[in-house]
Design a protein around this ligand. Structure first.
Ligand code: ZN
Length: 128
């Protein structure tokens, strides 16, 4: 299943858990695996806390401290920080489907991670 996501900030984590669940329900799978895949080089996907929004803010600022937007990089496009952060988060993640639900912890959510926005982005969910 294909999804579009419109990011609104240069760096932003967007909770896409409900979209992944939508793909699970559409496929009518009770037990299986959901693969979430992001086909971009400056955006990624990760699972982390969805209770306190400060957690994702802290993650963005910590990544920024380690890989500043205006650091010394060779890449002509000037967005190397975004490429590095995207690889750190990863381009896919896998979630177990059990009894028709995503087997996530109480405080876990699935986040689309924008590092070079705002842009029109996309991601895929494959249910097996
Ligand atoms: Zn680039």
């Amino acid at each position: 299943m294909h999804f579009n996501v419109k990011t609104t900030k240069p760096q932003q984590f967007i909770d896409i858990t409900h979209k992944v669940l939508e793909a699970v329900k559409t496929n009518n799978v009770r037990d299986g695996i959901a693969v979430i895949y992001v086909p971009h080089t400056t955006a990624g996907v990760t699972i982390n806390e969805n209770a306190d929004p400060d957690v994702v803010r802290d993650m963005i600022s910590a990544l920024d401290k380690a890989y500043p937007v205006h650091g010394y990089y060779l890449h002509f496009e000037g967005n190397s920080h975004a490429h590095i952060k995207a690889s750190l988060m990863g381009s896919s993640c896998t979630v177990i489907i059990q009894d028709g639900k995503l087997l996530l912890g109480t405080w876990q959510g699935i986040y689309f991670c924008e590092f070079d926005g705002p842009r029109n982005r996309e991601f895929y969910v494959k249910i097996i």
